[in-house]
Design a protein around this ligand. Sequence first.
Ligand code: ADP
Ligand code: MG
Length: 247
Amino acid sequence: MKQNATPTKSARALPEQSAEQEMLLVACRDVSITFGDGLASVVAVHGTDCSIRADSRVAIAGPSGSGKSTLLHLMAGFEQPTSGTVTWPALPDTGSDLTRGIGVVFQTPSLVPTLNVFENVALPLNLAGEPSTTITERVRSSLELVDAAELENRLPDELSGGQAQRVAVARVLAQRPRLILADEPTGQLDHHTGQRVVDALLATADALGAALVVTTHDEMVAQRLTTRWSMHDGRLQPTAAVNGVLR
Ligand code: ADP
Ligand code: MG
């Protein structure tokens, strides 16, 4: 809707608000999630507020069991909160992570074992019905960006853990998401290999102008991202709120 051209204070404020909404990819408001019932129930995430914007580069650190994966799954729309809301103001409201423009990288790369690297990266694009020339161009440029161009004819079991993870990053890159969520993407890799995967994620986010959220319990990985949040017992730490959540 076109705003009133009169330069009153309120007329100027409205376009700024909509620009802010445009940047807001994920908004978690007082989000909690409980798994199970009664004595066996676990509150995996407690009353959490956080915002992810187009230029966000966020590490969520914290010990095992602190709720990092669950929070990431909420942001991906894989889980529904028990209370509170998760919304994606600037993403299409399609109900699916893929068509919404969210790309997810898991701790284990989950490549299809019978397809070679090229075919694995191409698979989601094939499923989306992209023309074959677009697919070839995107797959090659994505593999190049994550330094895996020479691997395109290999099968997944001919890759090292780090190579497979970089291919999984290329598969996300080829889909051109606006938000990349990576759940302990370096969790099974040695330090040097893990850093190359982080390089690939950062290069991918930069190339796409996408937001990046990485969960990790490795401080060296967290240090690579500009914003660091910390999770304990299902809560983002108060320092995290000062650093940019709740804005
Ligand atoms: P992290 O990723 O930090 O290791 P998680 O988010 O995986 O932590 O788990 C947080 C807590 O929630 C843990 O106690 C875990 O056992 C529990 N949890 C996670 N997912 C489920 C589930 N699907 N069903 C039951 N409990 C779960
Ligand atoms: Mg986890």
